[in-house]
Design a protein around this ligand. Structure first.
Ligand code: DAH
Length: 341
């Protein structure tokens, strides 16, 4: 076996290596040189033909060739994997000095904000939150509240009926009954929630809107306490400088009944379009709980007395934020809603 055969193999290998550009090229070279029938492997097969005394020297030489081929391949593989890594780094390069993406943070809907503020103020006055179902029995929504069968609100034209005895609650007042049936006095709750009325949609009406109901039942409460609590709330919510007026009214579930007016937040009582030149805005219905209603709540009207109130959240929010059309609250137009951050 002469040297030139070995040199020839090395030259061939170097030529192949110089041309190799990919992993598959190098795999082909591996097979050509180190594979079963590869050039280097075939050298080993020729060992037998070499004279015994020359074998060690020959073995050493072909081992050198083999090492040379193996290290060539290894180096190439190293280079190609480094290249892959740097290509990956370059392709996913990120400039950390660029300004970040701005993710806009959402905020509460003005109706939710208004409910939260009302609940918070009454919370400070010692009221906790109570809730009731939106599909209510006829009995709780009407009868238990002293709303007799002939009352116009019970007409199919005015309420959404969900079954013979089920109505989409027309007010949150039914929560008064549920709360009385489930709790012993003293009771001090507010009940925010959605209510439904068969109303034509216009700038001030929506078939779905929100109310916050309130109920206090205790042994010693009276009309003066009622006026005190409601005035405190109105001053907190609408401003300490606003006059609060209790105007006689009628509700089946209260006796006496009142409507509460607050000095117009737009014109401060001088008279304007918002208050229809009256100088005052009607903000809630209220009164001392009717003895029949206490009885229907399993409470003895000879021992206990109560007062109740109910306000329309949309109406109050419209006054507060000077919104002229109730529909603005429901269209989910971000140009409108983003003004209430
Ligand atoms: N439920 C009445 C309504 O929807 C509002 C109301 C009036 C609630 C007087 C009360 C009340 O608790 O005492 O118009």
């Amino acid at each position: 076996m002469d040297e030139s055969r070995l040199n020839e193999i090395i030259t061939m290998f170097d030529g192949g290596l110089a041309k190799a550009a990919s992993v598959s090229d190098i795999e082909a070279l591996k097979v050509d040189f180190l594979g079963k029938k590869g050039h280097v492997t075939s050298l080993f097969k020729e060992m037998g033909k070499v004279a015994a005394e020359d074998r060690p020297a020959f073995g050493e030489k072909i081992n050198k060739v083999k090492e040379r081929v193996e290290s060539g391949i290894k180096e190439f593989e190293k280079k190609i994997s480094e290249k892959a890594v740097s290509e990956k780094i370059n392709s996913s390069y990120c400039d950390v000095t660029l300004p970040g993406k701005f993710h806009e943070i959402g905020h509460r809907h003005p109706i939710s904000t208004t409910i939260a503020e009302i609940v918070e103020i009454f919370g400070r006055l010692g009221f906790s939150v109570s809730e009731g179902p939106e599909i209510e029995t006829d009995y709780i929504n009407f009868d238990a509240l002293n709303v007799f069968e002939w009352h116009p609100a019970r007409d199919m034209q005015d309420s959404f009926y969900a079954g013979p005895n089920a109505v989409l609650r027309t007010h949150t007042s039914g929560v008064q009954i549920r709360t009385m049936l489930e709790n012993e006095p003293p009771i001090k709750i507010v009940a925010p929630g959605r209510v439904y009325r068969f109303d034509e949609v216009d700038a001030s009406h929506s078939p779905v809107f929100h109310q916050v109901e309130g109920l206090l039942v205790d042994k010693n409460t009276n009309f003066a306490a009622f006026k005190g609590i409601i005035s405190s709330f109105c001053r907190e919510f609408f401003g300490a400088d606003k006059k609060v007026v209790f105007r006689p009214s009628y509700f089946p579930f209260t006796e006496p009944s009142a409507e509460v007016d607050v000095e117009c937040i737009n014109c401060k009582g001088r008279g304007c379009g918002v208050c229809k030149n009256s100088g005052f805005l009607e903000v809630m219905g209220a009164g001392m709980v009717h003895p029949n209603v206490l009885r229907n709540g399993n409470i003895d009207p000879e021992i206990y007395r109560g007062f109740a109130f109910g306000m329309g959240v949309e109406r109050i929010a419209m006054l507060r934020y000077a919104v002229r059309d109730i529909r603005d609250f429901y269209v989910n137009d971000l140009r409108v809603l983003s003004q209430f951050k």
